[in-house]
Design a protein around this ligand. Structure first.
Ligand SMILES: Nc1nc2c(ncn2[C@@H]2O[C@H](COP(=O)(O)OP(=O)(O)OP(=O)(O)O)[C@@H](O)[C@H]2O)c(=O)[nH]1
Length: 515
């Protein structure tokens, strides 16, 4: 029973342990994968936030740079305006103005040229070497603007192509008034678009990233890396002008560019002085591609770690299985050994022919019973029994039949109504004994009589017996009295033997008690 319980437990452990280890491995894998995905998601978010921040910073610096460029240009125009006003009273000196303009234009790299046109659009002075013939600028946007707006403030117009050099330029202009405040022409400074093209090329932007400079009304002055055909486009319906700039002068976000429909991370800023707008946009797909490239190493490392965990788990699993198998085998061997030991122990105390306690067990049991009885003040009775004329039985029926007869007698004795504490033994040869702890002499005589009857009742044929046609038994009993006797086995055996002698000489097939 014990053996089976242990085996069952080992078997169920053998089944549940791999399951537990596999489950733990699965949970660990899910946890590591989840953690990685979460970390990657956070890293991508950080990349987007950083890109937006970079775009805002780039826009702010470019808006500031655009303001500075225009301010330098305005200062040059103001200087020319100052000289022009001082000439008004005496008459405008175009040559002197042109000299001043040349001097000023040579100082500023962004300047394409400086010009003064009178109220009819005619060229009066220029920083260029000579005034081209037959050209009138009254049709230009800035000319119309100043003619209609009396304000003495800088006007920045959309990009135009220079009539003198053919270059794309940004016109920055001032109105010139006569003494009465009437329109008296326009002072113009033109800034090369190439100046911004060159300046923006310093920044390391990807082929899909954009940097756009716009007028306050959303007209494109320059868009990197778009071709010049994008210059002059109006972006007033774009998300930038419709939503973002409506609420703030600087900021960032993600939207599709109105220029080409590409999704980008944008930063934007409006310049403080002249209201120019700069937008910097990083291509989202390029950003994602670069980010993935950056993550590959981490992902590979994590996958290697995961693989390591799985392999380790498999190794632990196989070791656990092997150890369980060893444990099961050991348990089985131990239980077998225990069973063998038990049967050996039984054999050492049992008689091989009859299964009754053997002589050795009889001696030990009798000695212990006497000691216990002496201590507890209880009697112990002993019955010695001998089969009558057994030699003749052997001689008549043979030795094998004699063995069978001994077994039948033993069975008859085992069938007696005895207490659990009583012990039936084969004393030797054809002699048997019963030790009865706590039994009085009368009790013993009664049981001895029952034994004689039980054997007789078996009716085992014995033709050569002188007293009956069947096998009979003679019994003698003796009792240890704790108050008078010494607990010596030999003494008790001798007394019982004497009683047996009495039974034999009294005619056999009977029980006698020692005197
Ligand atoms: N078959 C068989 N015979 C045994 C065994 N042990 C002892 N014997 C025989 O038992 C017989 C005992 O004979 P005896 O001691 O002369 O006594 P008895 O013939 O029983 O005569 P009484 O005791 O006077 O009635 C002997 O012949 C033994 O050989 C055994 O294990 N098997």
């Amino acid at each position: 029973m014990k053996f089976r319980r242990r085996t069952d437990r080992a078997t169920s452990l053998n089944r549940s342990l791999p399951r537990s280890i596999a489950l733990a491995g699965l949970l660990l894998t899910i946890a590591v994968t989840g953690l990685n995905l979460w970390t990657m998601r956070e890293a991508w978010r950080d990349t987007l936030i950083q890109s937006e921040q970079m775009a805002v910073n780039l826009s702010l610096s470019q808006a500031r740079q655009a303001d500075d460029t225009i301010l330098q240009t305005e200062l040059s125009l103001r200087e020319v305006q100052h000289q022009l006003l001082s000439q008004m009273a005496t008459g405008v000196n175009g040559a002197a103005l042109s000299d001043t303009m040349q001097e000023l234009a040579s100082r500023l790299p962004q300047l394409h040229g400086l010009f003064y046109y009178d109220g009819t659009g005619k060229w009066i002075a220029t920083s260029e070497r000579q005034i081209p013939k037959g050209i009138n600028n009254a049709d230009r946007e800035y000319f119309h603007f100043h003619r209609q707006n009396p304000r003495d403030s800088i006007h920045i117009g959309p990009v135009i192509r220079s009539r003198s050099t053919g270059e794309l330029v940004i016109p920055v202009s001032l109105r010139v008034n006569d003494a009465a405040g009437g329109f008296n022409g326009v002072l113009l400074a033109t800034i090369r678009v190439d100046y911004f093209r060159h300046y923006y090329s310093y920044y390391e932007l990807g082929p899909q990233d954009v940097l756009v400079l716009m007028l306050a009304d959303s007209t494109v002055l320059y868009a990197r890396p778009m071709p010049d055909s994008y210059i002059g486009k109006n972006l007033s319906s774009s998300h930038l002008f419709q939503a973002m700039l409506a609420s703030s002068d600087k900021g960032s976000g993600q939207w599709r560019a109105a220029l080409d429909g590409q999704a980008r991370i944008f930063g934007f800023a409006r310049s403080e002085r002249y209201g120019l707008v700069v937008a910097a946009g990083y291509d989202k797909h390029t950003l994602l591609r670069n980010w993935i490239k950056g993550q590959v190493e981490d992902v590979m490392l994590d996958l290697a770690l995961l693989l390591g965990i799985v392999l380790l788990g498999a190794y632990v699993l196989s070791q656990a299985r092997r150890s369980l198998r060893y444990q099961q085998e050991l348990t089985r061997l131990r239980d077998e050994l225990t069973a063998v030991n038990l049967s050996l122990e039984n054999l050492a105390h049992a008689d091989g022919l009859t299964g009754l306690a053997n002589r050795r067990e009889f001696d030990l049991f009798l000695q212990q019973s006497l000691l216990d009885a002496a201590q507890q003040g209880q009697p112990v009775s002993l019955i010695l029994m001998d089969i009558d004329y057994f030699k003749r039985y052997n001689d008549t029926y043979g030795h094998v039949a004699g063995d069978a007869c001994l077994q039948a007698v033993a069975a008859a004795l085992k069938g007696l109504a005895l207490r659990a504490s009583d012990k039936v033994a084969r004393y030797g040869g054809e002699e048997f004994a019963i030790i009865l702890p706590g039994a009085t002499g009368a009790d013993a005589l009664s049981i001895a009589g029952a034994a004689v009857k039980a054997v007789s009742a078996r009716n085992i044929p014995h033709n050569s017996s002188s007293i009956a046609a069947h096998v009979t038994l003679s019994a003698g009993c003796a009792t240890f009295q704790p108050e008078s006797d010494r607990p010596e086995p030999q003494a008790l055996i001798e007394q019982a033997d004497e009683a047996l002698y009495l039974a034999k000489h009294g005619g056999r097939n009977q029980a006698r008690r020692s005197a």
